[in-house]
Write a protein that binds this ligand. Structure first.
Ligand code: FMN
Length: 176
Protein backbone atom coordinates (compact mmCIF):
# COMPACT_ATOMS: atom_id res chain seq x y z
CA UNK A 1 0.00 0.00 0.00
CA UNK A 2 1.38 3.45 -0.85
CA UNK A 3 1.28 6.41 1.50
CA UNK A 4 -1.03 9.23 0.29
CA UNK A 5 0.90 12.32 -0.87
CA UNK A 6 1.52 14.69 2.02
CA UNK A 7 0.63 12.14 4.69
CA UNK A 8 3.24 11.74 7.39
CA UNK A 9 4.81 8.32 7.46
CA UNK A 10 4.27 6.74 10.87
CA UNK A 11 7.24 4.62 11.81
CA UNK A 12 6.72 2.07 14.55
CA UNK A 13 9.58 2.43 17.03
CA UNK A 14 12.00 -0.47 17.23
CA UNK A 15 12.09 -2.45 20.46
CA UNK A 16 14.99 -4.31 22.04
CA UNK A 17 14.70 -7.72 23.66
CA UNK A 18 17.71 -8.53 25.85
CA UNK A 19 18.48 -12.19 26.53
CA UNK A 20 21.07 -12.77 29.25
CA UNK A 21 22.28 -16.34 29.64
CA UNK A 22 24.84 -18.57 31.22
CA UNK A 23 25.56 -22.23 30.54
CA UNK A 24 28.02 -24.90 31.57
CA UNK A 25 27.23 -27.69 29.14
CA UNK A 26 25.41 -25.84 26.35
CA UNK A 27 21.76 -26.60 27.06
CA UNK A 28 20.77 -23.14 28.23
CA UNK A 29 22.49 -21.51 25.27
CA UNK A 30 20.48 -23.66 22.84
CA UNK A 31 17.29 -22.60 24.63
CA UNK A 32 18.32 -18.93 24.60
CA UNK A 33 19.21 -19.07 20.88
CA UNK A 34 15.87 -20.68 20.09
CA UNK A 35 14.05 -17.90 21.96
CA UNK A 36 16.20 -15.31 20.16
CA UNK A 37 15.34 -16.86 16.78
CA UNK A 38 11.63 -16.71 17.64
CA UNK A 39 11.78 -13.08 18.71
CA UNK A 40 13.82 -12.13 15.64
CA UNK A 41 10.92 -13.21 13.41
CA UNK A 42 9.38 -9.89 14.36
CA UNK A 43 10.98 -7.25 12.10
CA UNK A 44 10.56 -4.44 14.64
CA UNK A 45 12.52 -6.32 17.32
CA UNK A 46 16.26 -6.12 17.88
CA UNK A 47 17.45 -9.14 19.87
CA UNK A 48 20.58 -8.88 21.99
CA UNK A 49 21.82 -12.25 23.21
CA UNK A 50 24.51 -11.67 25.83
CA UNK A 51 26.56 -13.98 28.02
CA UNK A 52 25.98 -13.05 31.67
CA UNK A 53 29.62 -12.06 32.10
CA UNK A 54 29.30 -9.54 29.23
CA UNK A 55 25.98 -8.04 30.37
CA UNK A 56 25.49 -5.22 32.84
CA UNK A 57 23.21 -2.39 33.93
CA UNK A 58 23.57 -0.42 30.69
CA UNK A 59 22.20 -3.37 28.73
CA UNK A 60 19.27 -3.67 31.13
CA UNK A 61 18.42 0.02 30.86
CA UNK A 62 18.52 -0.16 27.06
CA UNK A 63 16.16 -3.14 26.91
CA UNK A 64 12.39 -2.94 26.42
CA UNK A 65 12.01 -6.55 27.55
CA UNK A 66 14.25 -9.24 29.03
CA UNK A 67 14.70 -12.99 29.13
CA UNK A 68 17.01 -14.47 31.75
CA UNK A 69 18.31 -17.93 30.94
CA UNK A 70 20.21 -20.20 33.31
CA UNK A 71 21.00 -23.77 34.20
CA UNK A 72 19.90 -24.85 37.66
CA UNK A 73 23.02 -25.54 39.71
CA UNK A 74 22.79 -26.74 43.31
CA UNK A 75 19.13 -25.66 43.46
CA UNK A 76 20.03 -22.13 42.35
CA UNK A 77 20.57 -20.02 39.25
CA UNK A 78 24.13 -20.26 37.95
CA UNK A 79 26.74 -18.19 39.74
CA UNK A 80 27.51 -16.01 36.74
CA UNK A 81 23.87 -15.06 36.21
CA UNK A 82 23.67 -14.21 39.91
CA UNK A 83 26.81 -12.09 39.45
CA UNK A 84 25.08 -10.23 36.60
CA UNK A 85 22.15 -9.46 38.90
CA UNK A 86 24.51 -8.45 41.73
CA UNK A 87 26.35 -6.03 39.42
CA UNK A 88 23.18 -4.61 37.90
CA UNK A 89 20.57 -4.59 40.65
CA UNK A 90 21.01 -1.22 42.35
CA UNK A 91 22.22 0.59 39.23
CA UNK A 92 18.83 0.15 37.55
CA UNK A 93 16.49 -0.08 40.55
CA UNK A 94 13.36 2.09 40.01
CA UNK A 95 14.42 2.85 36.42
CA UNK A 96 12.91 -0.21 34.72
CA UNK A 97 9.62 -0.60 36.59
CA UNK A 98 6.93 -2.40 34.63
CA UNK A 99 9.14 -3.76 31.85
CA UNK A 100 8.24 -7.29 30.74
CA UNK A 101 10.39 -10.36 31.31
CA UNK A 102 10.42 -14.11 31.55
CA UNK A 103 13.03 -16.78 32.16
CA UNK A 104 14.37 -20.01 30.74
CA UNK A 105 15.82 -22.72 32.99
CA UNK A 106 17.76 -25.77 31.86
CA UNK A 107 17.76 -28.32 34.68
CA UNK A 108 18.59 -31.94 35.25
CA UNK A 109 15.37 -32.82 37.00
CA UNK A 110 13.89 -29.77 38.75
CA UNK A 111 14.62 -26.11 37.87
CA UNK A 112 11.95 -24.58 40.05
CA UNK A 113 14.25 -22.95 42.58
CA UNK A 114 16.38 -21.22 39.95
CA UNK A 115 13.18 -19.81 38.45
CA UNK A 116 11.95 -18.73 41.88
CA UNK A 117 15.21 -16.90 42.61
CA UNK A 118 15.07 -14.98 39.34
CA UNK A 119 11.40 -14.13 39.89
CA UNK A 120 12.19 -12.82 43.35
CA UNK A 121 14.92 -10.51 42.06
CA UNK A 122 12.69 -9.33 39.22
CA UNK A 123 9.88 -8.62 41.67
CA UNK A 124 12.35 -6.27 43.41
CA UNK A 125 13.00 -4.62 40.07
CA UNK A 126 9.22 -4.32 39.61
CA UNK A 127 9.44 -6.14 36.28
CA UNK A 128 6.31 -7.78 34.87
CA UNK A 129 6.38 -11.56 34.33
CA UNK A 130 4.71 -12.12 30.96
CA UNK A 131 4.93 -15.91 30.88
CA UNK A 132 5.76 -18.58 33.45
CA UNK A 133 9.38 -19.69 33.51
CA UNK A 134 10.03 -22.22 30.78
CA UNK A 135 11.88 -25.14 32.38
CA UNK A 136 13.49 -27.89 30.31
CA UNK A 137 14.75 -30.98 32.14
CA UNK A 138 17.63 -32.80 30.46
CA UNK A 139 17.25 -35.78 32.82
CA UNK A 140 20.95 -35.56 33.68
CA UNK A 141 21.28 -37.25 37.07
CA UNK A 142 24.64 -39.03 37.16
CA UNK A 143 27.94 -37.11 37.30
CA UNK A 144 28.78 -38.39 33.79
CA UNK A 145 25.49 -37.18 32.32
CA UNK A 146 25.66 -33.88 34.17
CA UNK A 147 29.13 -33.10 32.82
CA UNK A 148 28.31 -34.15 29.25
CA UNK A 149 27.45 -31.56 26.57
CA UNK A 150 23.68 -31.26 26.27
CA UNK A 151 21.46 -31.51 23.23
CA UNK A 152 18.02 -30.06 23.85
CA UNK A 153 15.22 -32.03 22.19
CA UNK A 154 13.59 -30.29 19.19
CA UNK A 155 10.12 -30.09 20.83
CA UNK A 156 11.65 -28.29 23.82
CA UNK A 157 13.56 -25.93 21.53
CA UNK A 158 10.29 -25.26 19.72
CA UNK A 159 8.70 -24.23 23.02
CA UNK A 160 11.55 -21.75 23.51
CA UNK A 161 11.16 -20.44 19.96
CA UNK A 162 7.41 -20.02 20.48
CA UNK A 163 7.98 -18.14 23.72
CA UNK A 164 10.49 -15.84 22.01
CA UNK A 165 8.11 -15.27 19.11
CA UNK A 166 5.21 -14.44 21.44
CA UNK A 167 7.42 -12.09 23.45
CA UNK A 168 8.68 -10.36 20.31
CA UNK A 169 5.20 -9.99 18.85
CA UNK A 170 3.81 -8.64 22.12
CA UNK A 171 6.62 -6.11 22.43
CA UNK A 172 6.25 -4.98 18.83
CA UNK A 173 2.49 -4.54 19.18
CA UNK A 174 2.88 -2.64 22.44
CA UNK A 175 0.92 -5.26 24.39
CA UNK A 176 3.77 -5.64 26.91
C1 FMN B 1 27.21 -28.28 39.93
C2 FMN B 1 25.90 -28.69 39.33
C3 FMN B 1 24.77 -28.65 40.12
C4 FMN B 1 23.53 -29.03 39.59
N1 FMN B 1 22.42 -28.93 40.39
C5 FMN B 1 21.19 -29.20 39.85
C6 FMN B 1 20.01 -29.00 40.63
O1 FMN B 1 20.04 -28.54 41.76
N2 FMN B 1 18.80 -29.29 40.06
C7 FMN B 1 18.71 -29.78 38.79
O2 FMN B 1 17.59 -30.03 38.33
N3 FMN B 1 19.81 -29.97 38.02
C8 FMN B 1 21.04 -29.68 38.52
N4 FMN B 1 22.19 -29.83 37.75
C9 FMN B 1 22.04 -30.33 36.38
C10 FMN B 1 22.03 -29.21 35.35
O3 FMN B 1 21.02 -28.29 35.64
C11 FMN B 1 21.78 -29.81 33.97
O4 FMN B 1 22.91 -30.60 33.63
C12 FMN B 1 21.51 -28.76 32.92
O5 FMN B 1 21.16 -29.42 31.73
C13 FMN B 1 22.71 -27.88 32.69
O6 FMN B 1 22.41 -26.85 31.78
P1 FMN B 1 23.55 -26.26 30.83
O7 FMN B 1 23.81 -27.32 29.79
O8 FMN B 1 23.00 -25.03 30.28
O9 FMN B 1 24.76 -26.02 31.68
C14 FMN B 1 23.43 -29.47 38.25
C15 FMN B 1 24.59 -29.47 37.46
C16 FMN B 1 25.81 -29.08 37.98
C17 FMN B 1 27.04 -29.08 37.11
Amino acid sequence: MTTPAGAAQVKSPRKTLLIVYHTHTGGTLQMARAAADGAAREPAIDVRLLHAAQAGPGDVLAADGMIFATPENLAAMSGLLKDFFDRSYYAVLDRINGRPYTCLVCAGSDGSNAARQIERICAGWRLRLIADALIVCTRAQTPEDILRDKRIDPPDLERCTDLGAAFGAGLAMGIY
